[in-house]
Design a protein around this ligand. Structure first.
Ligand code: FES
Ligand SMILES: [Fe+2]
Length: 439
């Protein structure tokens, strides 16, 4: 358990907050490219507690500016998308993608007042289906050479979903390898042939054992963590007997993303982005080392579970997450259906919007959570000492030299598990013919 003061320090991300200042040193997912695909590319974005509006201008360039009109506060999401910018419908003030007011058609002829009116604006960049924003000081950092950014657009599918809770409890489920044996337990195994686009439905490594069976049969992983240049590597070992060990390598990418294996073909890079302190979006990039991603199938699977335009899940606390006690007896550990996102959503939402961590009791399996909180505290301390370069991937070494990270499931000899996951990852990368995945 931690003090209330520390809980506040770690969870609050609005303007002026300490953890929020750390996050503002990194590119943040702001929207899916899909959201701007309609014939009026203007969407509201709430990010780190700030109300913004994202639009694509006549040049096809993106702008992310303050949502409230600097004149008298009207909502620019209803703006007229014209003249290469966004025009407020209240008095016609016109803003370009940099937030500069370029025209005030009701002010006296020749007035130059508009030159002094600058709306908030943040740099944005589009990467493989996600529009990222930089809300921090100075120049934005470079993007690391992670697989989700290196792979061509054809091999990456992006999606998102809203959760009604603080970002930290959402992220903490992603760095907790023990829960997969319980929360996502299926009492019956599906045919792994039907696993496309689904987590934990493939075969374990190169065996015929369904991943669901392996997780069920070996619920006590031996978990360790290693600090890395991008954050932390999390190693979960499940010793299978016969001198064999299942190795699952997942990662915390500082400050609020994870990278995990999904199947032999794909990995998932997932950000847990604060909307405000009581709501967050998960943004996932599914990256394929094999065939191009079947985006139609992946999108349809997920749209079945979410409503647009806000990507809120259809199963949620208002309908008890679809909880079915019969199903819980016979089919799933949760009784909440087969979509593991719903299980995670229940696990992170049910402790309350901001979990009161003065009441928690962390065990041995929570080692990555404990380590992560230390890393966030260290980052906060570095900023307060005026050393932003000490933050992972912000200063110092060239961010472009950071590859991977290795996200992998494999089975190897008990005493050679490290060689096993390195060899298996290398083989997958060497077998990737459509893009250069080698590191
Ligand atoms: S409130 Fe926007 S132009 Fe007046
Ligand atoms: Fe999970």
């Amino acid at each position: 358990m931690i003090s209330q003061e520390l809980n506040d320090l770690l969870t609050r991300t609005g303007p002026g907050s300490d953890a929020g200042a750390v996050m503002r040193h990194y590119w943040q997912p702001a929207a899916l490219s899909d959201e701007l695909a309609g014939n009026r590319p203007v969407v509201p974005v709430k990010l780190l507690g700030e109300d913004l509006v994202l639009f694509r201008d006549n040049d096809g360039e993106l702008g992310l500016i303050g949502r409230a009109c600097p004149h008298r506060g009207a909502d620019l999401c209803y703006g007229r998308l014209e003249d290469n910018g966004l025009r407020c419908p209240f008095h016609g003030w016109h803003f370009n993608r940099d937030g500069q007011c370029v025209e005030q058609p009701g002010e006296p002829d020749g007035s130059r007042m508009h030159e002094r009116i600058l709306n908030t604006s943040y740099p944005v960049i589009e990467k493989n289906g996600i529009i990222f924003a930089y809300m921090g000081p100075g120049a934005p950092p470079e993007f690391p050479n992670f697989d989700c950014f290196r792979a061509p657009d054809t091999h990456v599918f992006a999606f998102k979903g809203m959760w009604d809770c603080n970002w930290l409890q959402a992220m903490e489920v992603g760095i907790d390898p023990a829960h997969a044996s319980f929360l996502h337990r299926f009492l019956e195994d599906e045919d792994p042939e039907d696993s496309y686009g689904k987590q934990f439905r493939d075969k374990a490594a190169d065996t015929d054992i369904p991943m669901t069976k392996l997780l069920r049969d070996y619920p006590r992983p031996d978990i360790s963590v290693e600090e890395t240049d991008y954050g932390m590597r999390i190693i979960a070992l499940r010793h299978l007997g016969n001198n064999k060990t299942h190795v699952r390598i997942t990662n915390q990418i500082f400050p609020e993303a994870i990278s995990i294996p999904m199947s032999s073909e794909m990995i998932i890079t997932q950000w847990h982005v604060p909307i405000d302190d009581e709501h967050c979006y998960w943004y996932s990039m599914f990256t394929s080392f094999d065939k191009p991603v079947d985006k139609e199938v992946m999108r349809a699977q997920r749209l079945k579970e979410h409503r647009l335009p806000d990507y809120a899940p259809l199963k949620n606390k208002t309908n008890t997450y679809g909880f079915n006690p019969e199903e819980q007896k016979h089919k799933t550990y949760t009784g909440m259906g087969l979509d593991i996102n719903v299980h995670d959503q229940w696990a992170v939402e049910s402790p309350g919007a901001i979990f009161d961590r003065t009441k928690e009791h962390l065990g041995k399996t929570d080692v990555a959570i404990i380590k992560y909180r230390r890393m966030m505290r260290a980052a906060i301390a570095s900023l307060s000492e005026g050393s932003p370069d000490a933050l992972p991937m912000v200063g110092g070494e060239d961010v472009k030299t950071i590859y991977g990270p290795i996200s992998n499931d494999t089975i190897g000899d008990k005493d050679a598990w490290r060689e096993a996951f390195e060899t298996s990852d290398r083989a997958r990368r060497e077998g990737c013919n459509d893009w250069d995945a080698t590191i």
